[in-house]
Design a protein around this ligand. Structure first.
Ligand SMILES: *[C@@H]1O[C@H](CO)[C@@H](O)[C@H](O)[C@H]1NC(C)=O
Ligand SMILES: *[C@@H]1O[C@H](CO)[C@@H](O)[C@H](O)[C@H]1NC(C)=O
Ligand SMILES: *[C@@H]1O[C@H](CO)[C@@H](O)[C@H](O)[C@H]1NC(C)=O
Ligand SMILES: *[C@@H]1O[C@H](CO)[C@@H](O)[C@H](O)[C@H]1NC(C)=O
Length: 407
């Protein structure tokens, strides 16, 4: 618990310093506190929801990115709907901070045939890459119009191109605040190779049965805080994947969906790592999993130093689950799972089988600590835990976890 808190505090401190520092640079270099603003309407965007406004956005972005004084701002005005084709906003930019004020709505083409892909750039609708100090806020909405993609199974319809709505690739010191993202064709937000991000007050919504509509996927990223947000989707609320560390998730409400997930790690024998993950004050309501760690059989690497603390469960199917798949043919290889803490987890499980710690026979899971767990069954029956090859401690646990020692 102390370790997790210190991760969060040192991280918040670092991020504050960074933003203050970046602001100071912006002011010092041009002696200007001004906000040069570039409104997409002035670049020919119509905002009628019908005409493709992508080119206007790209042109406005080029000017924002090229501005070296003040706080250059791309303005997407309110009460308008902007239809965008797959589009990419690239850096590096000249200013230390770039603002995107999204007040209106952005929508994707409503039918799959309407998507116009640049030749080799599929799988992402809106891409931000190689940008430092991007601040995106404004209370607006992003609508991926995902419905036709969710039911797409044929080869002729390019189902395999099903895109992520918003992807941040190679970013530094990103701030995303107060936005709504709905109905992405696939995952809503992807953070890949990002160092330093504060994501807060997001609302992500997709139907409970929409496939792969994760809220936020994180990979190869460090120093990320996701804070005060609500995710109602058809898949993971937040998924923390390979190469991620120092990730804090605080005050996030998940449900419906699949909960917060570390992994899957180690697919196809890959060596993958995740560490220093801190999840606090989160609610899982009607999710299939709560706090999940999943690794593939035959992989290598580790998932370690992971804390879930102050968690509320409402009708969660698998509240606490570690699934380190056992491979009878290749037990020398497994992604190591260690130093996992579950503290103060309470509420109801929709199944009686509330805790599953299923670890590999040879490698096992080590230093697993459960403290103050009280998971009761939503139907009033007694809950139980199952547990293979997990070592650690369980104190004040309902249900009791048989392979852990009582403190
Ligand atoms: C979470 O985000 C809010 C803004 O919604 C901010 O005021 C607060 O300080 C953040 N909390 C943490 C723990 O960082
Ligand atoms: C916990 O998170 C909720 C949002 O889900 C927030 O309203 C509340 O203030 C947080 N409580 C604490 C103690 O951080
Ligand atoms: C859980 O979700 C149900 C159904 O949406 C809702 O009625 C209830 O208020 C939620 N409970 C909590 C604690 O958020
Ligand atoms: C566990 O939770 C149940 C249901 O909320 C409650 O009745 C019970 O007193 C709790 N037990 C402990 C030891 O806190």
């Amino acid at each position: 618990m102390k370790e997790g808190n210190s991760i969060l505090i040192s991280f918040i401190f670092k991020m504050r310093l960074l933003f203050v520092f970046m602001g100071a640079i912006a002011v010092a270099s041009h002696n200007c506190l001004c906000t040069p603003t570039f409104n997409v309407i002035d670049y020919g965007a119509t905002g009628d929801g019908q005409i493709d406004d992508s080119q206007a956005f790209v042109k406005a972005w080029e000017d924002v990115c090229d501005t070296s004084y003040g706080n250059p701002t791309l303005l997407i005005p309110e009460e308008k709907i902007f239809l965008l084709q797959p589009v990419s906003f690239r850096g590096p930019c000249k200013s230390a901070i770039i603002n995107i004020e999204l007040k209106g709505s952005i929508v994707a083409p409503s039918i799959m045939e309407g998507w116009k892909w640049a030749t080799n750039k599929r799988h992402t609708w809106i891409l931000f890459s190689h940008i430092r100090g991007l601040v995106m806020h404004g209370g607006g909405q992003i609508d991926g119009q995902g419905a036709p993609w969710w039911n797409c199974y044929s080869n002729t319809n390019h189902c395999e191109d099903r895109p992520t709505a918003l992807r941040f690739h190679d970013c530094e010191n990103l701030m995303l605040r107060g936005l709504t993202s709905i109905n992405s064709p696939k995952n809503h937000i992807s953070l890949n190779k990002c160092n330093g991000a504060i994501v807060s007050e997001l609302h992500i919504i997709a139907p409970h049965d929409s496939p792969n509509t994760d809220g936020i996927d994180i990979s190869k990223s460090f120093n990320i805080l996701i804070n005060n947000s609500k995710m109602e989707t058809g898949d993971d609320c937040i998924a923390i994947n390979h190469g991620s560390s120092f990730i804090s998730i605080v005050g996030v409400y998940c449900g419906p969906g699949h909960g917060i997930s570390v992994g899957s790690l180690g697919k196809n024998g890959a060596r993958e790592t995740v560490e220093d993950i801190y999840v606090r004050n989160c609610t899982f309501n009607g999710t299939t999993n709560g706090a999940r760690i999943k690794t593939w059989t035959g992989g290598e690497g580790y998932a370690r130093k992971i804390t879930f603390e102050d968690i509320i469960l409402v009708h969660t199917k698998n509240p606490l689950i570690i699934d380190q798949q056992y491979n009878p043919y290749d037990s020398a290889h497994a992604v190591r799972v260690s130093h996992v803490n579950y503290h103060n987890v309470r509420g109801t499980s929709s199944s009686k089988h509330a805790v599953k710690l299923h670890c590999d026979k040879i490698i096992g899971c080590t230093n697993i600590v459960l403290k103050r767990i009280n998971i009761t069954s939503a139907t009033g029956e007694e809950t139980y835990a199952s547990c293979n090859n997990a070592k650690g401690v369980c104190s004040s646990c309902i249900p009791h976890v048989p392979c852990l020692s009582r403190e």
